[in-house]
Design a protein around this ligand. Structure first.
Ligand SMILES: [Zn+2]
Length: 258
């Protein structure tokens, strides 16, 4: 549907990716240096497109810089770069990204609908809304981009929810065109979800047991952050994620340490 894309977006994609942005990604985002030249070029193209399309809104009094926008956009782009989605259609329902300086503390219960999800009852690092914004705490975004070894990444988590919500349902299943792969996905994820619900030992943190939507979001951030650990502990889950995302981050990590 390229003909529907705005002129602004086409012009942005035609511009070179600023060296200054590249330099900041190298400092801010541990994964950047693991990408090969082709992967970097893809992330750069998608990042330009993302920034031309998605509005960033600061929370009150917070100054959102280019560096912040680029770090969020690059990771959201990285998430889908292997999914055969060259024009970021998978994020077409996203309205904006709202950045807070740090986690937002909320009081009382966090009883929220399935279209509004939160990751901790007290300090929210991120939220994803159906046909609405992604809300992120910059302090968490910055820390986790530098420390994938912790196994968590709020940007990948919240944008995984965006993929999940693409079809209007939060059910832990992103768009998967191939029927056989979709069936395998459901079978493997259902078995793994049951294991975490039972409290069996898992690389996935306990939050994955909340519901199938959180299972997918946690599995996604684990897959990209600590891929070798996930591959060793849950090879079937790793394998189906590898096919759905069209990326093999464990192989990339091994290539890096060879
Ligand atoms: Zn979540």
């Amino acid at each position: 549907m390229a003909f529907r894309r705005g002129r602004r977006e086409r012009e942005a994609v035609a511009q070179p990716f600023p060296d200054a942005w590249r330099a900041r990604l190298a400092v801010r985002w541990a994964t950047w240096s693991a990408l090969d030249a082709t992967e970097r070029a893809t992330v750069e193209d998608l990042t330009k497109r993302f920034l031309a399309r998605v509005r960033f809104e600061p929370s009150q009094g917070f100054a959102v810089t280019d560096e912040m926008r680029v770090l969020v956009a690059a990771q959201a782009s990285y998430l889908v770069m292997g999914m055969d989605d060259p024009t970021l259609d998978l994020y077409s329902r996203l309205t904006s990204v709202i950045l807070h300086p740090r986690t937002v503390v909320v009081r009382g219960t966090h009883s929220v609908g399935r279209h509004l999800e939160t990751d901790s009852p007290q300090a929210l690092a991120g939220q994803a809304h159906h046909r609405g914004p992604v809300v992120l705490a910059w302090s968490t975004v910055a820390y986790e981009a530098r420390h994938p070894e912790r196994g968590q990444n709020v940007v990948l988590h919240e944008f995984a929810h965006q993929l999940d919500m693409f079809d209007g349902m939060i059910d832990g299943t992103p768009p998967i065109a191939d029927r056989e792969l979709r069936e395998r996905w459901v079978r493997v994820c259902t078995a793994e979800y049951r294991r975490v619900r039972r409290g069996d030992e898992s690389v996935l943190r306990g939050y994955a047991a909340t519901d199938t939507g959180e299972f997918f979001a946690v599995a996604t951030e684990t897959f990209f952050s600590v891929p070798e650990r996930l591959e060793e502990a849950s090879p079937e889950l790793y394998d189906v994620l590898r096919e759905v995302f069209g990326q093999d981050p464990a192989a990339r990590a091994r290539r890096r340490t060879d």
